[in-house]
Design a protein around this ligand. Structure first.
Ligand code: GRF
Length: 188
């Protein structure tokens, strides 16, 4: 059974979806650690309710980012983590983490990359007037939302869709695509 870490900064609906897929035996893996850089993030409670180990920290508790990432690497290795899935983790990862897990860190982005990178992908695509929107899963590198694409899923934006409608559609796709993609990758 492959051990994964989920890194998150917020609500953790993707964490939920991954954990649900594991419980339903659609994803053959175990979330060994949830790494959270925000002490108020809702995902912390969700992980603890499932009895999953969490590492909650604040970057400002460290001298610099490298020191912080060294500690993250140590925690991941200690938990036996082989793959890292970023799910709403609002930080750029540096070479310290990337070198410790080469080609083993992936991210989910709520837009069709390379368009609409950044923290407001859904809103940006919606405001641009896109008629097709979607989700991307990609390898992580030192540039934001720029690593090699692993999977994408698109949908036609319904006529007169509100931002809330497309957000819901994006999240629905994410919650299917992330566990599915992890299953494919981990099986390889
Ligand atoms: C998702 O939309 C993901 O694509 C983006 O951040 C959001 C995280 O949502 N990177 P959640 O915390 O998993 O609910």
């Amino acid at each position: 059974m492959k051990k994964i870490a989920v890194f998150a900064s917020g609500t953790g609906t993707n964490f939920d979806a991954i954990q649900r897929a594991i419980e339903n035996k659609e994803l053959n893996a175990e979330i060994a650690l949830v790494v959270v850089d925000k002490k108020t993030a809702k995902v912390i409670e969700k992980a603890r309710n499932k009895g999953i180990e969490t590492y909650v920290f604040s970057y400002k508790d460290f001298e610099n980012k490298a020191e912080c990432e060294k500690e993250i690497v140590r925690r991941c290795k200690a938990a036996g983590v082989e793959w890292i899935a970023l799910a709403g983790y609002m930080r750029i990862i540096t070479h310290v983490l990337l070198d410790a897990f080469p080609n083993r860190i992936i991210n989910i982005h709520p837009a069709l990359l390379p368009s609409f990178k950044g923290a407001h992908g859904i809103e940006d695509a919606y405001n641009y007037g896109c008629k097709v929107m979607g989700v991307t899963i990609h390898y992580v590198n030192e540039e934001m939302d720029a690593g090699k694409i692993i999977a994408q899923r698109a949908f036609d934006v319904p006529e007169n869709a509100t931002l809330e409608t497309v957000e819901a559609m994006i999240h629905q796709i994410e919650h299917v695509l992330y566990p599915e993609t992890l299953q494919k990758l981990l099986g390889e």
